[in-house]
Design a protein around this ligand. Structure first.
Ligand code: NDP
Ligand SMILES: O=C1O[C@H](COP(=O)(O)O)[C@@H](O)[C@H](O)[C@H]1O
Length: 516
């Protein structure tokens, strides 16, 4: 049953759960505890949940990896990214408490004795439980090459027969349609769909979750949400740093598999799906799959690829020691997708992502059509911008009469910057929100198997072309580290009808009218 959350302005039925919430007797095992993701995201998220009282009572966290390290080293690593900028003694004390509920086991990813050792460690902890029934949550913060052996060994050696088991699997789920299907079917041999949580952490981001409310709780928004009003949509991901040390992983996958095929496509599906029957996870995911099925595979002419080169004292992609010599792996990609349904026919959806760009920003930019010509000349288009990060915001660029004697229009904006509007809110990190969902048994913000299938169908043909399976590999266009991307980017977007604002007139957040 969906429960209701009372808010001052309305009620939102919370997502339906497909299993019971873990409230006590819980062990969380983090596989790959020595790694980058564990250090930067998983443990800080677990700490955030612990600090705010969201972890089950008497929870225990076990880190597992091959690296041999003592508990001191383990605690040092796993708390190194937990923020306490002002050395707040209360936070420091919480960090010490957090360390006490966590232990480390070293072992391999492919042999029974290692997993049996882990099972014994769990059983020793569970002996202290006062009530019957245990909950085990296994988090695979691992490279995809070991997903299957780990999932299988966990099932054979560590699966609780007297309780509930859940497994969280990280992206990327395969490299193309075929390998994804193989991966899914191997995992399904040991884990039921209901027990499996495929994480795409963009689904845990506040502004991505907000899309459901922005779109479906606002009549004004719904009325303009189609090909009649919207000219184009851009979903952009910009990171100001390169692969730095992650080149080995990155070169095997490239920017399309790293960001576009999963994170940005998930955003696109929520932005364009029809209204779900309810907020129940299957209703939402049914609608996402439906819209994705209306997107044909991307054509080569709808792709722009780039690779960063050294500039401003920063190394190029090929200067990274972990990158194979002469690699043509794209670190930037822009692709245009088309949705062949009644609502969206003819509207270009541009997904673009790049490493080593000029800023850190993820945003959705919905550009509306020109107003009917006649009374206005050279007037800016309306644009709705949903900034996912940093500094969550929604702003709508709209034309206003210049205040004062003059009668002319200038572009301004209605601005909902979260920091200013919600002064006392703590927005959880994406991983906090998603781990909490898995603890509660809520699948809504996790990826269903059929979503993956359609997502890979859209991208597989261009990925095979980029991988060189169909002839010579396309050469990405070079762009300097710290720039906006390849020089062809502006024309790529403009040819799809995107109009930059009237430029000089527009200044955000304030405009000095006397300068106009
Ligand atoms: N890093 C990030 O910011 C993000 C990562 N992800 C996803 O999370 C997963 C893990 O990423 P990340 O932590 O960066 O990866 P790492 O390369 O840091 O790998 C994690 C751990 O796995 C073990 N490992 C590494 N390579 C191998 C291998 N070839 N065979 C067996 N074990 C290996 C290592 O532990 P040991 O040797 O001690 O066993 C390592 O510490 C990936 O699927 C990635 O796509 C998703 C979002 C963000
Ligand atoms: O999945 C990934 O995401 C991160 C970016 O995550 P964000 O939450 O900081 O936006 C990216 O750096 C990494 O390459 C990719 O694997």
């Amino acid at each position: 049953m969906a429960s209701m959350t009372r808010t001052r302005s309305g009620t939102i039925p919370s997502m339906e759960t497909s299993g019971h919430g873990f409230t006590d007797n819980t062990i969380i095992v983090v596989f790959g505890a020595s790694g980058d993701l564990a250090k930067k995201k998983t443990y800080p998220a677990l700490f955030g949940l612990y600090r705010n009282g969201y972890l089950p009572k008497d929870v225990h966290i076990i880190g597992y990896a091959r690296t041999k390290m003592d508990e001191e080293e383990y605690h040092k690593r796993t708390t190194s990214y937990i923020k306490n900028p002002n050395n707040d003694p209360e936070v420091a004390a919480k960090i010490e408490e957090f360390k006490k509920l966590s232990s480390y086991v070293s072992g391999n990813y492919d042999d029974n004795p290692s997993f049996q050792n882990l099972a014994r460690h769990m059983e020793a902890i569970e002996k202290g439980y006062k009530t019957r029934g245990v909950n085990r949550l296994f988090y695979l913060a691992l490279p995809p090459s070991v997903f299957v052996p780990v999932a299988q060994h966990v099932k054979v050696c560590c699966y609780a027969t007297n309780g509930t088991n859940r497994i969280i699997v990280e992206k990327p789920f395969g490299k193309d349609l075929q390998s994804c299907r193989e991966l899914l079917s191997s995992l399904k041999q040991s884990w039921q769909e209901e027990e499996t949580y495929r994480i795409d952490h963009y689904l845990g981001k506040e502004m991505v979750k907000n899309l459901l409310v922005l779109r479906f709780a606002n009549v004004a928004m719904g009325a303009a949400w189609d090909k009649h009003s919207i000219s184009s949509v851009q979903i952009s991901f910009k990171e100001p740093f390169g692969t730095e040390g992650r080149g080995g992983y990155f070169d095997e996958f490239g920017i399309i598999r790293d960001i576009l095929q999963n994170h940005l496509l998930q955003v696109l599906s929520i932005l364009t799906m029809e209204r779900p029957v309810s907020f129940a996870s299957e209703d939402i995911r049914d609608e996402k799959v439906k819209v994705l099925r209306s997107i044909p595979p991307i054509k080569r002419e709808d792709v722009l690829l780039g690779q960063y080169v050294g500039a401003n004292g920063k190394p190029g992609y090929l200067d990274d020691d972990t990158v194979p010599k002469g690699s043509v792996c794209p670190t930037f990609a822009a692709t245009t997708l088309w949705i062949n349904n009644e609502r969206w026919e003819g509207v270009p959806f541009i997904l673009k992502a790049g490493k080593a760009l000029n800023e850190a920003k993820v945003e959705i930019r919905v550009q509306f059509k020109d107003v009917t010509s006649g009374i206005f000349k050279d007037i800016s288009r309306n644009e709705l911008v949903i900034r996912i990060q940093p500094s969550e915001a929604v702003y709508l660029k709209l034309n206003t009469k210049t205040p004062g004697y003059a009668f002319r229009a200038i572009p301004t904006e209605m601005d909902l910057t979260y920091k200013r509007r919600f002064t006392d809110t703590n927005i959880p990190e994406a991983y906090e929100a998603l781990i909490l969902d898995a603890i509660k048994g809520d699948h809504s913000n996790f990826v269903r198997d059929d979503e993956l299938d359609v997502a890979w169908k859209i991208f597989t043909p261009i990925l095979h072309w980029i991988d060189g399976r169909e002839g010579p590999r396309p050469k990405p266009s070079p762009y300097p580290y710290g720039s906006r991307g390849p020089k062809e980017l502006d024309s790529f977007i403009e040819k799809l009808g995107y109009k930059r604002g009237t430029g000089e007139d527009y200044s955000w957040p304030t405009t000095n009218v006397s300068n106009l």
